[in-house]
Write a protein that binds this ligand. Structure first.
Ligand SMILES: NC(=O)c1ccc[n+]([C@@H]2O[C@H](COP(=O)([O-])OP(=O)(O)OC[C@H]3O[C@@H](n4cnc5c(N)ncnc54)[C@H](OP(=O)(O)O)[C@@H]3O)[C@@H](O)[C@H]2O)c1
Length: 281
Protein backbone atom coordinates (compact mmCIF):
# COMPACT_ATOMS: atom_id res chain seq x y z
CA UNK A 1 0.00 0.00 0.00
CA UNK A 2 1.04 3.57 -0.60
CA UNK A 3 1.80 6.47 1.67
CA UNK A 4 -1.17 8.34 3.21
CA UNK A 5 -1.01 11.91 1.90
CA UNK A 6 -2.32 14.70 4.19
CA UNK A 7 -5.34 16.67 2.99
CA UNK A 8 -6.40 20.30 3.15
CA UNK A 9 -9.86 21.85 3.05
CA UNK A 10 -10.87 24.15 0.20
CA UNK A 11 -13.12 27.22 0.59
CA UNK A 12 -16.12 25.08 -0.47
CA UNK A 13 -15.56 22.55 2.34
CA UNK A 14 -14.13 19.80 0.10
CA UNK A 15 -10.87 18.17 1.24
CA UNK A 16 -8.09 17.24 -1.18
CA UNK A 17 -4.59 15.78 -0.87
CA UNK A 18 -1.62 18.16 -0.65
CA UNK A 19 0.27 16.26 -3.37
CA UNK A 20 -1.27 14.94 -6.57
CA UNK A 21 0.00 13.38 -9.79
CA UNK A 22 0.59 15.61 -12.83
CA UNK A 23 -0.20 13.79 -16.07
CA UNK A 24 0.95 16.02 -18.90
CA UNK A 25 2.26 13.56 -21.61
CA UNK A 26 0.92 10.47 -19.78
CA UNK A 27 -1.31 8.93 -22.43
CA UNK A 28 -2.53 5.62 -23.81
CA UNK A 29 -1.91 2.23 -22.22
CA UNK A 30 1.49 3.20 -20.78
CA UNK A 31 -0.04 6.31 -19.26
CA UNK A 32 -2.96 4.36 -17.76
CA UNK A 33 -0.48 1.85 -16.25
CA UNK A 34 1.57 4.67 -14.72
CA UNK A 35 -1.49 6.41 -13.27
CA UNK A 36 -3.15 3.23 -12.01
CA UNK A 37 -0.01 2.06 -10.21
CA UNK A 38 0.49 5.56 -8.75
CA UNK A 39 -2.98 5.16 -7.21
CA UNK A 40 -2.84 1.51 -6.19
CA UNK A 41 0.83 1.06 -5.24
CA UNK A 42 2.00 4.52 -4.19
CA UNK A 43 -1.11 6.09 -2.64
CA UNK A 44 -1.83 9.01 -4.98
CA UNK A 45 -5.45 10.12 -4.72
CA UNK A 46 -5.43 13.43 -6.63
CA UNK A 47 -4.91 13.18 -10.40
CA UNK A 48 -4.54 16.24 -12.62
CA UNK A 49 -5.47 16.20 -16.32
CA UNK A 50 -6.84 18.54 -18.98
CA UNK A 51 -8.94 18.46 -22.12
CA UNK A 52 -5.88 19.79 -23.96
CA UNK A 53 -3.59 16.99 -22.71
CA UNK A 54 -5.82 14.60 -24.66
CA UNK A 55 -5.58 12.15 -21.80
CA UNK A 56 -8.92 12.36 -20.02
CA UNK A 57 -9.67 8.90 -21.46
CA UNK A 58 -6.39 7.56 -20.07
CA UNK A 59 -7.16 8.97 -16.63
CA UNK A 60 -10.69 7.51 -16.70
CA UNK A 61 -9.25 4.12 -17.70
CA UNK A 62 -6.78 4.23 -14.78
CA UNK A 63 -9.64 5.09 -12.40
CA UNK A 64 -11.67 2.10 -13.58
CA UNK A 65 -8.69 -0.28 -13.45
CA UNK A 66 -7.73 0.86 -9.95
CA UNK A 67 -8.82 -1.04 -6.86
CA UNK A 68 -9.42 2.28 -5.05
CA UNK A 69 -13.05 3.37 -5.09
CA UNK A 70 -14.07 6.38 -7.17
CA UNK A 71 -15.22 8.24 -4.02
CA UNK A 72 -11.68 8.14 -2.60
CA UNK A 73 -10.17 9.76 -5.70
CA UNK A 74 -10.04 13.41 -6.72
CA UNK A 75 -9.94 13.77 -10.49
CA UNK A 76 -9.24 17.11 -12.19
CA UNK A 77 -9.70 18.33 -15.73
CA UNK A 78 -9.55 21.75 -17.39
CA UNK A 79 -11.51 23.79 -19.90
CA UNK A 80 -9.42 24.88 -22.92
CA UNK A 81 -9.27 28.50 -24.10
CA UNK A 82 -11.08 27.85 -27.38
CA UNK A 83 -14.26 26.77 -25.56
CA UNK A 84 -14.76 29.58 -23.06
CA UNK A 85 -18.00 30.96 -24.52
CA UNK A 86 -20.88 29.84 -22.31
CA UNK A 87 -22.58 27.29 -24.61
CA UNK A 88 -19.27 25.82 -25.77
CA UNK A 89 -18.07 25.55 -22.18
CA UNK A 90 -21.21 23.66 -21.14
CA UNK A 91 -20.75 21.15 -23.97
CA UNK A 92 -17.01 20.81 -23.32
CA UNK A 93 -17.55 19.89 -19.67
CA UNK A 94 -19.99 17.18 -20.80
CA UNK A 95 -17.53 16.02 -23.48
CA UNK A 96 -14.74 15.88 -20.86
CA UNK A 97 -16.91 13.57 -18.76
CA UNK A 98 -17.74 11.37 -21.77
CA UNK A 99 -14.05 11.15 -22.69
CA UNK A 100 -13.13 10.00 -19.18
CA UNK A 101 -16.33 7.96 -18.87
CA UNK A 102 -16.88 9.49 -15.44
CA UNK A 103 -20.12 10.80 -13.89
CA UNK A 104 -18.43 13.79 -12.28
CA UNK A 105 -15.10 15.59 -11.91
CA UNK A 106 -13.90 16.48 -8.44
CA UNK A 107 -12.21 19.57 -9.80
CA UNK A 108 -12.70 21.41 -13.07
CA UNK A 109 -10.54 24.44 -13.83
CA UNK A 110 -10.44 27.15 -16.50
CA UNK A 111 -7.04 26.44 -18.08
CA UNK A 112 -5.96 30.03 -18.93
CA UNK A 113 -7.72 33.39 -18.55
CA UNK A 114 -6.90 34.56 -22.11
CA UNK A 115 -7.85 38.12 -21.09
CA UNK A 116 -7.66 39.54 -24.62
CA UNK A 117 -10.53 37.25 -25.64
CA UNK A 118 -12.47 38.32 -22.54
CA UNK A 119 -14.62 35.18 -22.33
CA UNK A 120 -13.44 33.80 -19.01
CA UNK A 121 -16.44 35.20 -17.11
CA UNK A 122 -18.83 33.21 -19.33
CA UNK A 123 -16.69 30.14 -18.80
CA UNK A 124 -16.86 30.67 -15.04
CA UNK A 125 -20.67 30.86 -15.18
CA UNK A 126 -20.68 27.53 -17.07
CA UNK A 127 -18.55 25.95 -14.34
CA UNK A 128 -20.86 27.33 -11.63
CA UNK A 129 -23.89 25.86 -13.44
CA UNK A 130 -22.16 22.49 -14.03
CA UNK A 131 -21.41 22.32 -10.32
CA UNK A 132 -25.09 22.96 -9.54
CA UNK A 133 -25.99 20.06 -11.88
CA UNK A 134 -23.61 17.76 -9.98
CA UNK A 135 -21.15 17.36 -12.87
CA UNK A 136 -18.31 18.96 -10.87
CA UNK A 137 -17.65 18.97 -7.11
CA UNK A 138 -15.22 21.92 -6.87
CA UNK A 139 -14.52 24.65 -9.39
CA UNK A 140 -11.40 26.67 -9.92
CA UNK A 141 -9.04 28.27 -12.37
CA UNK A 142 -5.43 28.20 -13.52
CA UNK A 143 -3.10 31.08 -14.23
CA UNK A 144 -5.57 33.76 -13.08
CA UNK A 145 -4.10 37.04 -11.83
CA UNK A 146 -5.70 38.80 -8.83
CA UNK A 147 -7.59 41.18 -11.17
CA UNK A 148 -9.19 38.20 -12.96
CA UNK A 149 -10.11 36.48 -9.68
CA UNK A 150 -11.59 39.70 -8.30
CA UNK A 151 -13.73 40.08 -11.39
CA UNK A 152 -15.09 36.53 -11.13
CA UNK A 153 -16.03 37.14 -7.52
CA UNK A 154 -17.51 40.58 -8.15
CA UNK A 155 -19.66 39.44 -11.10
CA UNK A 156 -20.82 36.02 -9.83
CA UNK A 157 -20.32 36.05 -6.06
CA UNK A 158 -18.32 32.82 -6.38
CA UNK A 159 -14.58 32.77 -5.67
CA UNK A 160 -12.60 29.88 -7.22
CA UNK A 161 -11.59 27.18 -4.73
CA UNK A 162 -8.20 26.70 -6.38
CA UNK A 163 -5.87 28.68 -8.61
CA UNK A 164 -3.31 26.39 -10.27
CA UNK A 165 -0.27 28.52 -11.12
CA UNK A 166 3.33 28.10 -12.21
CA UNK A 167 5.24 27.84 -8.94
CA UNK A 168 8.71 26.48 -8.18
CA UNK A 169 11.89 27.74 -6.52
CA UNK A 170 12.86 29.82 -9.57
CA UNK A 171 9.46 31.54 -9.65
CA UNK A 172 7.88 31.56 -6.23
CA UNK A 173 4.87 33.84 -6.82
CA UNK A 174 5.09 35.61 -3.49
CA UNK A 175 2.51 38.33 -4.23
CA UNK A 176 0.04 35.95 -5.86
CA UNK A 177 0.30 33.50 -2.92
CA UNK A 178 -0.32 36.32 -0.44
CA UNK A 179 -3.41 37.37 -2.37
CA UNK A 180 -4.69 33.78 -2.36
CA UNK A 181 -4.19 33.50 1.38
CA UNK A 182 -6.06 36.71 2.17
CA UNK A 183 -8.93 35.70 -0.13
CA UNK A 184 -9.09 32.02 0.85
CA UNK A 185 -8.13 30.58 -2.52
CA UNK A 186 -5.94 27.46 -2.37
CA UNK A 187 -2.71 27.65 -4.37
CA UNK A 188 -1.86 24.66 -6.55
CA UNK A 189 1.62 24.54 -8.08
CA UNK A 190 2.14 23.44 -11.67
CA UNK A 191 5.62 22.43 -12.81
CA UNK A 192 6.45 22.22 -9.08
CA UNK A 193 9.89 20.77 -9.95
CA UNK A 194 10.42 23.34 -12.72
CA UNK A 195 10.33 20.29 -15.03
CA UNK A 196 13.38 18.82 -13.24
CA UNK A 197 15.85 20.72 -15.39
CA UNK A 198 18.76 22.83 -14.07
CA UNK A 199 17.06 23.31 -10.70
CA UNK A 200 18.07 19.75 -9.80
CA UNK A 201 21.72 20.83 -10.04
CA UNK A 202 21.31 23.87 -7.78
CA UNK A 203 24.00 23.95 -5.07
CA UNK A 204 21.81 25.62 -2.41
CA UNK A 205 19.16 22.95 -2.85
CA UNK A 206 21.86 20.28 -2.84
CA UNK A 207 23.13 21.49 0.56
CA UNK A 208 19.64 21.49 2.05
CA UNK A 209 19.01 18.03 0.62
CA UNK A 210 22.22 16.68 2.17
CA UNK A 211 21.35 18.23 5.54
CA UNK A 212 18.03 16.34 5.60
CA UNK A 213 19.26 13.22 3.81
CA UNK A 214 16.65 13.71 1.08
CA UNK A 215 16.75 14.33 -2.66
CA UNK A 216 16.49 17.83 -4.15
CA UNK A 217 13.05 16.95 -5.55
CA UNK A 218 11.86 15.98 -2.06
CA UNK A 219 13.18 19.23 -0.61
CA UNK A 220 11.36 21.23 -3.30
CA UNK A 221 8.09 19.36 -2.80
CA UNK A 222 8.35 19.71 0.98
CA UNK A 223 8.88 23.46 0.43
CA UNK A 224 5.60 23.64 -1.56
CA UNK A 225 3.83 21.78 1.25
CA UNK A 226 5.17 24.13 3.94
CA UNK A 227 4.15 27.13 1.79
CA UNK A 228 0.61 25.74 1.92
CA UNK A 229 0.55 24.96 -1.83
CA UNK A 230 -0.71 21.69 -3.35
CA UNK A 231 1.88 20.32 -5.76
CA UNK A 232 1.20 18.01 -8.70
CA UNK A 233 4.58 16.63 -9.81
CA UNK A 234 4.38 14.50 -12.94
CA UNK A 235 6.35 11.30 -13.10
CA UNK A 236 6.00 8.20 -15.24
CA UNK A 237 8.47 6.30 -13.05
CA UNK A 238 7.32 4.27 -10.01
CA UNK A 239 10.51 5.16 -8.11
CA UNK A 240 10.18 8.89 -8.71
CA UNK A 241 6.43 8.81 -7.98
CA UNK A 242 7.28 7.25 -4.64
CA UNK A 243 10.11 9.70 -3.98
CA UNK A 244 7.78 12.63 -4.68
CA UNK A 245 5.31 11.71 -1.94
CA UNK A 246 7.92 10.59 0.61
CA UNK A 247 8.10 14.08 2.08
CA UNK A 248 6.10 13.84 5.28
CA UNK A 249 8.88 12.62 7.61
CA UNK A 250 11.07 15.75 7.73
CA UNK A 251 10.67 19.49 8.19
CA UNK A 252 12.49 22.40 6.56
CA UNK A 253 13.45 25.04 9.11
CA UNK A 254 12.95 28.75 8.57
CA UNK A 255 16.48 29.20 7.27
CA UNK A 256 15.97 26.42 4.67
CA UNK A 257 12.65 27.96 3.59
CA UNK A 258 14.24 31.40 3.20
CA UNK A 259 17.22 30.05 1.27
CA UNK A 260 14.82 28.45 -1.21
CA UNK A 261 12.72 31.62 -1.43
CA UNK A 262 16.00 33.41 -2.22
CA UNK A 263 16.36 31.42 -5.46
CA UNK A 264 13.48 33.37 -7.02
CA UNK A 265 14.17 35.11 -10.34
CA UNK A 266 11.99 37.89 -11.79
CA UNK A 267 12.15 36.13 -15.16
CA UNK A 268 12.08 32.65 -13.62
CA UNK A 269 9.07 31.36 -15.57
CA UNK A 270 9.94 28.23 -17.55
CA UNK A 271 8.50 29.40 -20.89
CA UNK A 272 7.82 33.06 -20.20
CA UNK A 273 4.06 32.44 -20.03
CA UNK A 274 2.77 35.62 -18.37
CA UNK A 275 -1.03 35.20 -17.97
CA UNK A 276 -1.56 38.94 -18.57
CA UNK A 277 -0.53 38.47 -22.21
CA UNK A 278 0.05 34.78 -22.93
CA UNK A 279 -2.89 32.96 -24.49
CA UNK A 280 -3.55 29.27 -24.86
CA UNK A 281 -6.41 27.77 -26.79
N1 LIG B 1 -2.49 24.61 -15.56
C1 LIG B 1 -1.47 24.74 -16.37
O1 LIG B 1 -1.37 25.69 -17.15
C2 LIG B 1 -0.37 23.70 -16.34
C3 LIG B 1 0.83 23.92 -17.03
C4 LIG B 1 1.82 22.95 -16.97
C5 LIG B 1 1.62 21.78 -16.22
N2 LIG B 1 0.43 21.57 -15.57
C6 LIG B 1 0.19 20.33 -14.77
O2 LIG B 1 1.22 20.26 -13.79
C7 LIG B 1 1.84 18.98 -13.86
C8 LIG B 1 3.28 19.05 -13.41
O3 LIG B 1 4.03 19.94 -14.19
P1 LIG B 1 5.10 19.46 -15.30
O4 LIG B 1 4.77 18.11 -15.78
O5 LIG B 1 5.15 20.57 -16.30
O6 LIG B 1 6.50 19.52 -14.54
P2 LIG B 1 7.13 18.89 -13.21
O7 LIG B 1 6.14 18.05 -12.50
O8 LIG B 1 7.79 20.01 -12.49
O9 LIG B 1 8.30 17.99 -13.80
C9 LIG B 1 8.04 16.83 -14.55
C10 LIG B 1 9.40 16.31 -15.03
O10 LIG B 1 10.21 15.98 -13.90
C11 LIG B 1 10.64 14.62 -13.95
N3 LIG B 1 10.61 14.16 -12.56
C12 LIG B 1 9.52 13.94 -11.77
N4 LIG B 1 9.89 13.59 -10.53
C13 LIG B 1 11.24 13.58 -10.51
C14 LIG B 1 12.20 13.29 -9.51
N5 LIG B 1 11.82 12.92 -8.28
N6 LIG B 1 13.53 13.36 -9.84
C15 LIG B 1 13.91 13.71 -11.11
N7 LIG B 1 13.04 14.01 -12.09
C16 LIG B 1 11.71 13.94 -11.80
C17 LIG B 1 9.63 13.93 -14.85
O11 LIG B 1 10.24 12.87 -15.53
P3 LIG B 1 9.73 11.32 -15.36
O12 LIG B 1 8.29 11.28 -15.81
O13 LIG B 1 10.64 10.57 -16.27
O14 LIG B 1 9.91 10.99 -13.91
C18 LIG B 1 9.28 15.04 -15.84
O15 LIG B 1 10.25 15.12 -16.87
C19 LIG B 1 1.67 18.60 -15.34
O16 LIG B 1 1.97 17.25 -15.59
C20 LIG B 1 0.25 19.02 -15.55
O17 LIG B 1 -0.62 18.05 -15.00
C21 LIG B 1 -0.55 22.52 -15.61
Amino acid sequence: MGIPIPEITLNDGVTIPVVGLGTYTLKGCQGADAIQSAIDERGYRLIDSAYNYENEGTVGEAVRRSSVSREELKITSKLPGRYQEYKKAVITIEESLYRANLDYYDLYLIHWPNPKQDNYLEAWQALIDAKKKGLIRSIGVCNFLPEHLERLHRETGVMPSINQIELHPLFNQEQQRKWHKVNNVTTQSWSPLARANEVLQNSTLQQIAEKHNKSISQVILRWHYQLGAISIPKSSSPERQFENISIFDFTLDEADMNLILGLNQTDGRINNQDPAIYEEF
